[in-house]
Design a protein around this ligand. Sequence first.
Ligand code: URA
Length: 208
Amino acid sequence: MKIVEARHPLVRHKIGLLRNPELSTREFRELTNEIGTLLAYEATADLPTETVTVPGWAGPVAVERLAGAKITLVPILRAGLGMLTGVLDLLPSARVSVVGLQRDEETLQPVPYFERLTGRLEERDTLILDPMLATGGTLIATIDMLKRAGAKRIKGIFLVAAPEGLKALEAVHPDVEIFTAAIDERLNEKGYILPGLGDAGDRIFGTR
Ligand code: URA
């Protein structure tokens, strides 16, 4: 499985700032979006392009443009919305397929409760947005959903990933590519990432 822990100094700097528990909601939100932009830049480095000839100031000129169907972003409710603006800054024409999952209290498995996917998924690159890759359960259920709907090229961007979640993902979806600002040490007994960021959704939405 392709796992990229971003080495860019701006990402290293901004994820370091995010560790500060004293950040305001506004600061946390801004940094989350900024890192989202930078990770999306890395994750889209292999998008296919095609060469076309367009009118230039001195006559026809050959240029490259993105080829094929538009990418779809897949923010996972609720925290994934926190990266959406930052990623749309880079990909303003992207489609957005929003998904929500909640845990079934009996099976403890994540079950979709909201799924509004764009069409022609089989033709699109698919970029999942979620700040925290913890146990991997929600991510795996989201990828199951996307593949059932036809998605073939799936990537995900995360602020922080836990080794446990990466391992669980690799066991079932080794074809998916992961881009993260940090791979942290481990999960605690409640499924929070250590050292992590705490509850990313609460910090983005100010519901602490
Ligand atoms: N979700 C969070 O918001 N934080 C974690 O550490 C794990 C899951």
